[in-house]
Design a protein around this ligand. Structure first.
Ligand SMILES: Cc1cc2nc3c(=O)[nH]c(=O)nc-3n(C[C@H](O)[C@H](O)[C@H](O)COP(=O)(O)O)c2cc1C
Length: 222
């Protein structure tokens, strides 16, 4: 496994510009609406400069106490993807038992990963800080939330690049830690499949196939 010890990012060019135009706002909403969880990928590689730009998201993402408690492992070797897939397949087998009757049949028909097809896998791990972190006294989970919020930004940035990203949570963290030779303190949090999408999705795939539907937000005003 190759390890980059320096940041893969050159840093954003120029000074921050916070003067969003109407076109910027529209573009952002286009990306927000276009973002989908993808499980079907074309074999085309992800150009290295685009991957590098995407990983730059971690250098602009928020994190509690500026802790940046994450580690990213880029997975491209087919044998490693196969091993991650084996972990997924085991969890999927276990999860199907939680559904009964027709629901279980429908579960079996779902495509829930693109681990082998996606040209790139990104394992994002939570690295608990070794020192006290500002902002985590009453809510230690804020550290994990920080990792998740960075992933969300990555998801949007990937969409803006015309790439598809699929989040796979049906994996066993300890297995992934061993397979990818991560330090003991790394807690694998998300395995992300990245590549050019093979399917255009206008709504969540789980909605298209009739598993569930998106519900509107209910807001309480007090
Ligand atoms: C934390 C998290 C874990 C997820 N894990 C999986 C997964 O293991 N397999 C899968 O097919 N989709 C997974 N998804 C994708 C969701 O199913 C998807 O976001 C949801 O159906 C809405 O679809 P959309 O993202 O296209 O809007 C996950 C999403 C999140 C946020």
């Amino acid at each position: 496994m190759r390890r980059d010890t320096t940041s893969p990012v050159d840093g954003p060019a120029g000074t921050p510009d916070n003067t969003a135009t109407e076109a910027d706002r529209d573009a952002l909403w286009r990306v927000l609406r276009a973002r989908r969880d993808h499980r079907h990928f074309r074999p085309d590689p992800v150009p290295p400069e685009i991957l590098k730009r995407l990983l730059g998201v971690f250098d602009v993402a928020p994190s509690v106490g500026l802790s940046q408690p994450w580690q990213v492992t880029v997975v491209t070797r087919p044998e490693l993807k196969e091993a991650v897939y084996a972990s997924f397949a085991g969890v999927r087998q276990e999860e199907r038992e939680r559904f009964a009757g027709g629901r279980r049949e429908r579960y079996d028909a779902l495509k829930l990963d693109g681990i082998r097809e996606a040209p790139v896998g990104l394992l994002v791990s939570f690295l608990p800080p070794q020192e006290a972190t500002l902002g985590t006294t009453s809510m230690s989970a804020a550290l994990e939330y920080s990792v998740v919020s960075a992933i969300t930004l990555l998801w949007l940035a990937a969409t803006a690049e015309g790439l598809g990203l699929g989040w796979v949570s049906l994996v066993r963290p300890a297995e992934l830690r061993r397979l990818l030779d991560l330090p003991d303190r790394a807690q694998p949090l998300a395995y992300l499949c990245l590549g050019y999408p093979a399917l255009e999705l206008w709504e969540p795939l789980l909605q298209t196939v009739g598993w569930d539907t998106r519900k509107p937000l209910e807001v309480e005003w007090k």
